[in-house]
Write a protein that binds this ligand. Sequence first.
Ligand code: GLU
Length: 466
Amino acid sequence: MIRTRFAPSPTGFLHIGGARTALFAWAFARHHGGKFILRIEDTDLARSTPEAVQAILDGMDWLGLAYDEGPFYQMQRMDRYKEVIGQMLASGHAYYCYTTPEELEKMREEQLARKQKPRYNGTWRPEPGKTLPTPPADLKPVVRFKNPGEGVVAWDDLVKGRIEIANAELDDLIIARQDGTPTYNFCVVVDDWDMRISHVIRGDDHVNNTPRQINIFRALGAEAPQFAHLSMILGDDGQKLSKRHGSVSVMQYHEDGYLPEAVLNYLARLGWSHGDDEVFSMQQFCDWFDFDHVTPSAAQFNTEKLNWLNAHYIRQADNAHLAGVVGLRLEGRGVAITETPSLEAIIALYKERITNLNELADAAEVFFVDPAPSAELLAQHLTPEARPALADFIAGLAEVAWDAPAINALIKSCIGAHGLKMPRLAMPLRVLLTGQAHTPSVDAVVALFPRELALKRLSSALKSHH
Ligand code: GLU
């Protein structure tokens, strides 16, 4: 049974790197008909917040990354960790260490002065035939894991290939602090063990933790899961993703007008490929996903490609669905949407021209709120020569059949009668009706309005701007 998990620490938002990790873990489970588990690693009390937990849940929800089990919270599993620590002490895989932080610091300085790698010197580590010092009565100990002294820890990473670390490189890890609270690497192992995780899929910033964790699995008599460490994502500029370089919350993409389908499709290609396929559904992604096609090299973020995908998914999307999501955005701006003009019809006309939902909302908004064209646009397009043609157009508009071809014929007859070129009339029409100089075909734009509204906007503009 394939069981994967996403195990974020709730210390910020769900950022792009985290979302990609979650997506790959989700897709791998789906591919194999397994289970995907969400675990919130909230033991860092100083940095974890309920808001950050909510941000993770919201991000997963928006992306549609449904989990089969969880969310589990590590803070609710403290008793279990303590239980396992007790067992490890009893079995001799862990021991009390009374070395104080001050002594450790001194040890460190001396080792550095001797050009040695700083490490715990093993004073309290039990060995056969060794007599341990007498524990000081007034000092609370930490608990250390008794790491194997010799040999190597090795694993075949599903992304990075074989990795081997000599045990001599690994210190005896503290698994419980003086106050008894368990430490990070230990909790992860107990969780992955208890949750029967078959594949640990995570960012490669955790590679250094893996040999320690494997040793703890072994000490527990548990089989270690397989590991897949995903390479990092670089920003558009090739620098490590940071807040400044686009490491933003996935919910920011929601705010910025991206469809979740576009973000998912985009994330899927960050470090994974299926031939030259760029556009595919999540069903296809789950069908195709495997680690043979996950690259060990860093992936580079490409905003242009994301925008291209977003434009694609908006064009493909059902107009009624888009009307729903754009409608919410307009309501958020305080725009009252009426039945006419039809938001769906507006979207059908404009969606080919935009790359995000906010642009679509901008385009639609002017149909529901009287536009206020800038003085500049008015001066440029509402010219003395245009006015008489515009007046004729308004007169004709009261009777014309209400569709784009008929409106187009009316425009042509008005410019013909006044000896004008098309833009002379089309531009003021655009500006007066929508406040904008750039719109789709002007006859189609006019036809989107109810007749009364078009007449009202044109005639009142003509009256009020002299
Ligand atoms: N909580 C860790 C993080 O947010 C992930 C740990 C893991 O996946 O093993 O980076």
